[in-house]
Design a protein around this ligand. Structure first.
Ligand code: CA
Length: 383
């Protein structure tokens, strides 16, 4: 057979092989992704999720995180999974976000786990433990220390899958309408302060009040409360708290690295093709680190503006106040551990990681900051 006769046969054989490979690949895809993948590929069909939040619509920082998460998912999926974000009260009130996701009123949510402590006491570990881990430490625990796996176990009975959804970094202790000289000044003080820290504040002589972000300004203005902790300069300024509080205290003993959460209905997540599930996971991880960057960049800038433009005083909490808050924090954490086996299991993991990472941070983070300050003292905000 001459070469000119062989060539067409080779071409036909190659084309046939290519067609069969493509056909096998398509069948494989159909088997993995189900009808949904084919539908999306064949038409302009898409999946739409509702995401409800505990934040007022349009709030920078905390409220920007769910918007960014939704945008990332929409873009990375080429519009195959579209997430529509609803602010507090648009579909459900802020403190009903978890139930809404559990019952699939919405497929996803963004908020803070400690809002659900009435239903799930151990959930407080996933926002903040008073005098506990910083954002950097907590992220290490979640993603490489077993924290996230325990969080998923905790929410499993409710059909909800949590993802880390951002961190504010160390918060401020809050705005007070009176100066605090010692622990006696906490007596009878009504303060908006959620989570385990609320119990600590009660035990230290104060009175903790549970109020969502959208109502803190009015509550402070009308004297329903005497003090409020919200987040820090960036988000506190957005809520206008400098107009209703006189003394701005630090540091945020109660929320040293407040973590937020993205929660997804388990069935809704499982129904997605694998690539969209991966996109949800990656977008959540990006949102988690992005929020800390956002707060890091904007807190210092906002505090400068607050001090320059408003009549307020920036003060550290007196040691005596910090001491009583620490003592009562120890009691509150122990009571939680004693009352709830799941809290005990999570606490064991949390504090084991905490102690080990702290020991290392003595010779890394702290040693570096101390060394840097010695040769190059920082400029104080109040100078
Ligand atoms: Ca807070």
């Amino acid at each position: 057979m001459r070469e000119t006769q062989i060539l067409p046969l080779v071409v036909i054989a190659l084309v046939a092989a290519l067609v069969s490979v493509v056909a096998m690949w398509s069948m494989d895809r159909a088997g993995q992704g189900g009808d949904l993948t084919n539908t999306v590929r064949g038409t302009d069909a898409f999946i739409e999720w509702k995401l409800v939040t505990t934040w007022p619509k349009g709030l920078p920082g905390l409220g920007a995180a769910p918007e960014n998460f939704a945008r990332r998912v929409n873009e990375a999926s080429g519009g195959r999974l579209r997430i529509k974000v609803f602010g507090a009260g648009e579909i459900v009130p802020p403190f009903e976000v978890f139930d809404a996701v559990s019952r699939r009123v919405a497929e996803a949510g963004h908020g803070a786990s400690y809002y659900w402590k009435g239903k799930i006491p151990a959930a407080v570990f996933y926002t903040a433990v008073p005098f506990g881990m910083t954002a950097q430490e907590a992220n290490g625990w979640l993603h490489y220390g077993g924290g996230l796996a325990l969080w998923r176990e905790l929410y499993e009975p409710f059909g909800v899958v949590p993802f880390a959804g951002g961190s504010t970094g160390v918060q401020m202790a809050g705005w007070f309408n009176k100066r605090l000289n010692n622990r006696e000044d906490l007596a009878g003080l009504k303060m908006r302060i959620p989570g385990l820290a609320g119990e600590v504040f009660d035990a230290a002589g104060g009175s903790a009040v549970r109020i969502a972000g959208g109502e803190v300004y009015t509550s402070m203005q009308t004297g329903v409360i005497d003090a409020v902790e919200w987040v820090g300069p960036y988000n506190d300024r957005t809520l206008g708290l400098m107009e209703v509080g006189d003394y701005y205290y630090y540091p945020g003993w109660h929320e040293p690295g407040a973590m937020l959460e993205i929660i997804v209905n388990k069935e809704a997540l499982a129904a997605l093709p694998e690539d969209l599930q991966a996109i949800v996971t990656v977008a959540a991880r990006a949102t988690n680190s992005d929020m800390l960057d956002d707060f890091t960049a904007h807190n210092s800038e906002s505090l400068e503006i607050l001090l320059r433009d408003f009549d307020m005083e920036l003060l550290p909490l007196p040691d005596d106040v910090m001491d009583i808050l620490y003592e009562e924090s120890q009691v509150a954490v122990q009571a939680l551990i004693d009352a709830d086996p799941m809290a005990a299991k999570i606490a064991a993991s949390y504090f084991d990681f905490f102690q080990r990472v702290r020991t290392y941070h003595e010779i890394s983070e702290r040693a570096y900051l101390n060394g840097r300050d010695r040769v190059m003292p920082p400029v104080s905000f109040t100078e």
